[in-house]
Design a protein around this ligand. Structure first.
Ligand SMILES: [Fe+2]
Length: 457
């Protein structure tokens, strides 16, 4: 009888105990993130014309001193691999000791210093045929990756869709993994992924980059990534930087990604543009040289032959969370977005969801004009990782309209462009539709805005 009472008590209270259990971060085995001879961290990027080129970058141990990529038009018949062409990769070593990994500005005792010593390899495959499925593999000539398929872009303005995610940053392996995998399940035909900064938490921490690569798995090697750095991609690099209060771009960034080199000098591969099937994508580095990028924006928007323009950067023009504002960015970049009609800005940083807009060619939105039908730049902040902040009050102070907010949701976005219509959908980590709207462009290039409220929101 006594035993039965004890058992009943255990059953009654075990639910409570579980729900109140303190969350403990998982530990990792020693050397979990160290590379070997087998290629890992394989990632596709657009570097130049996405219809005819693609870049692939990967990581190995330092023993792999020469590396190669093979590429062929993919075919149902596996014999296609016999027609592959071989290209030699560019190999770069990084070798640093006492690099700041996990960084805590407020408690120096918590800082962790690491040694990094391994190789990165990269190839830009050129002279590809547009709208064609290719397969590639990478390796040292003996040890190879699997054959990975991807599709080149159309040369003309054909319809397409792409994914956009905000900060991965925290709990990357634990919780960002489910989000990025659900996004690929929801939009397997997406042409590429935009990452709007803060991919990890501590810029130079190889372990956290390994989490990012493991969480995305083969998605990183089959869908090209278009990424910009957030503030968390900038940290002190060595003790001297901590003493001098200097932050530097993640030591891995330029080595492990092969991004376009058409931005402002001095911030290579963090500011660039890509034209994809009728859309100009502007990737901006909101951490530094923002005045120089304002001038660059003028140049690349003045002669923009594309119907649509999408901008991505980390710090939002209209902040979403309490205690945050980026007035300098708003002062420098927003007038250029207004002037040239940037259609949508995809941002991160604030660990919540907000979506709103301004009227075209107008600073003052509250002047009695009909802002329901005509819209200027739509501004979105979204978060994909596990850290959440609270939404702050509206955007009235900025004379902008905030149409949608969301708290405590890991989200990804699927954006489709088809002729005069851009369709936007935001989904939660479990695949529920959370937000949706369309932008319709008329012959004069003026945008109408259609909120999709009835679509199971
Ligand atoms: Fe951030």
């Amino acid at each position: 009888m006594k035993n039965i009472i004890v058992l009943l008590l255990v059953i009654l209270f075990s639910g409570d105990l579980l729900s109140q259990r303190k969350y403990v971060k998982p530990e990792f085995v020693k050397n979990w993130s160290k590379p070997g001879r087998h290629p890992d961290h394989i990632v596709l990027n657009f570097s130049e014309d996405p219809a005819t080129t693609i870049s692939v970058t990967w990581r190995t141990s330092k023993e792999v001193k020469s590396a190669y990529g093979e590429i062929a038009k993919a075919h149902a018949n596996p014999a296609f691999i016999g027609r592959a062409e071989v290209f030699e990769a560019t190999t770069e070593n990084i070798n640093y000791s006492n690099v700041v990994g996990k960084y805590d500005r407020d408690d120096p005792k918590k800082n962790i210093f690491n040694t990094i010593n391994h190789n990165y390899h990269s190839i830009t495959f050129r002279e590809l045929e547009p709208n064609t499925i290719y397969a590639y593999r990478v390796g040292d000539g003996k040890i190879w990756s699997e054959w990975v398929q991807f599709k080149t872009a159309h040369k003309s303005n054909a319809p397409f869709s792409f994914l956009y995610v905000g900060d991965a940053q925290n709990y990357v392996l634990e919780l960002w993994s489910r989000l990025i995998r659900e996004s690929y399940r929801k939009a397997p035909d997406a042409s590429f992924i935009i990452h709007a900064g803060d991919l990890i938490d501590d810029a130079h921490d190889e372990h956290q980059w390994h989490e990012w690569f493991m969480a995305g798995g083969y998605i990183h090697r089959t869908l090209p990534s278009m990424m910009v750095p957030g503030n968390h991609e900038y940290n002190p690099f060595v003790q001297q930087d901590i003493d001098d209060n200097i932050k530097r771009l993640s030591v891995q960034w330029n080595k492990q990604f092969t991004l376009p080199n058409n931005g402002v000098m001095g911030i290579k591969e963090t500011n660039y543009y890509i034209d994809y099937q009728g859309v100009r994508f502007l990737a901006l580095n909101s951490n530094m040289m923002i005045e120089e990028q304002a001038k660059w924006l003028e140049q690349v928007l003045k002669n923009n032959p594309n119907k649509w323009t999408v901008a991505t950067f980390h710090h939002p023009i209209f902040s979403a969370s309490r205690g945050r504002d980026n007035e300098e960015l708003r002062t420098l970049w927003k007038p250029i977005f207004d002037k040239y009609g940037v259609d949508i800005a995809l941002q991160g940083h604030d660990h919540t969801y907000t979506r709103g807009r301004v009227q075209p060619y107008e600073q003052n939105l509250l002047s009695g004009q009909n802002v329901k039908d005509v819209t200027g730049t739509v501004y979105v902040v979204s978060v994909s990782g596990g850290k959440m902040y609270k939404v702050k009050p509206g955007w009235e102070q900025y004379e902008a309209l905030r149409d949608k907010v969301g708290n405590n949701k890991q989200l990804f976005q699927v954006i489709s462009v088809d002729g005069d219509k851009l369709s936007y959908k935001s989904y939660t980590a479990i695949g529920e539709l959370f937000d949706a709207f369309d932008i319709i462009k008329n012959k004069e290039g003026v945008n109408s805005f259609v909120e999709r409220k009835n679509e199971a929101l």
